[in-house]
Ligand binder design. Structure first.
Ligand code: ZN
Length: 325
């Protein structure tokens, strides 16, 4: 996650390398952009405050550069700032945006441009919400919204090697990442999280296609595939970092989580103690944790702990598995 000091470093020492570059002549840009988009993105213009409905739009989706269509921001990072311009607290990738010092109108500001095509987007300030504290103030005319059926859900149920291995098998799941969520520390390391002092739970972030599987079903499967009745403990793993937890992103998801808990409770003798928490941030774990089970199938932990869980899961959810199972 980028912070203000990272932004200052980029604007001082040079920007990160973009994935690719797009360049066109002024005439070419003029021919594909509306006059307003051209004025803003190619001539560093600013649109009038509150001139676009995009300011208050919080529907899921991504926001791409209107010039080169490179995705820049995700709706997950969008917030209503009240300024009259669309506002985000993180770019979609660290190298999506380039930063330049701008001394216009007698003040220093940090200008943001598309790192792929140099389109002027707006500015970034350090008065945004937690956890990054950044506010990317972006002209709506510099972006286009890409709609998507993909949604994200963040769940914790003990060691993320196990939960990741399970959800990777499901139809409708596009991607699973292992990481940390629900704590107070930004960009924590594995070592910090295992100390139990950061407040984070080991968690997975699942990207799923809502046309193929629902939030309710995912939460239901989650509750059935780990032990949600043991407080701050999963098997031999003990500590708050192993707590059973569902992160909801809105009231609907909170209500669906509570219904799923009520439904699944019948399957357990003990009370379900799964924590429900408003989603705030997910920090990807170190690279060696990603796809751990697939990378290390012969390790003792995988054989003894994950294999039997996976077997049980596959027997129970045969009709929900990806075809190659
Ligand atoms: Zn661009």
């Amino acid at each position: 996650m980028l912070k203000w000091l990272d932004v200052l470093k980029f604007s001082n020492n040079g920007n990160p390398e973009p994935d690719c570059r797009v360049s066109k002549t002024d005439e070419q840009w003029k021919s594909i952009l509306t006059p307003e988009a051209y004025r803003i993105t190619r001539q560093k213009g600013t649109e009038k405050a509150h001139s676009s409905d995009m300011c208050t739009l919080l529907d899921p989706g991504r926001y791409a550069c209107v010039n080169c269509e490179t995705p820049l921001f995700d709706s997950e990072e969008k917030f209503e700032s009240g300024t009259g311009w669309p506002s985000f607290n993180q770019p979609i990738k660290n190298n999506a945006i380039a930063y330049h010092k701008d001394k216009g109108f007698g003040m220093y500001r940090i200008e943001t441009v598309c790192n792929t095509c140099d389109a002027h987007l707006g500015h970034v300030f350090q008065d945004g919400p937690r956890p990054s504290g950044l506010r990317y103030c972006i002209n709506a005319a510099a972006m286009k919204k890409l709609d998507t059926n993909l949604r994200k859900v963040t769940l914790g149920g003990g060691c993320f090697w196990c939960t990741e291995a399970i959800f990777q098998q499901l139809k409708g799941v596009a991607d699973v990442k292992s990481g940390y969520s629900g704590g107070k520390v930004m960009n924590p390391t594995y070592r910090e999280v295992t100390s139990g002092l950061t407040g984070h739970a080991e968690a997975i972030e699942i990207t799923y296609n809502r046309d193929e599987i629902s939030f309710y079903d995912l939460v239901n499967i989650h509750l059935m595939t780990h032990d949600p009745t043991t407080l701050n403990k999963q098997g031999a793993d003990k500590g708050t970092q192993y707590r059973s937890i569902i992160f909801y992103r809105n009231d609907e998801e909170r209500d669906a989580s509570m219904s799923a808990i009520n439904e699944v409770q019948e399957a357990y003798d003990e009370m379900i103690v799964t924590d429900l928490q408003m989603f705030e941030a997910f920090y990807e774990a170190e690279e060696y944790h990603q796809g751990y089970f697939n990378q290390n199938p012969t390790r003792a932990y995988c054989k003894v702990v994950i294999d039997p869980k996976l077997k049980k899961f596959k027997e129970k959810y045969t009709d929900r598995l990806l075809k190659d199972n």
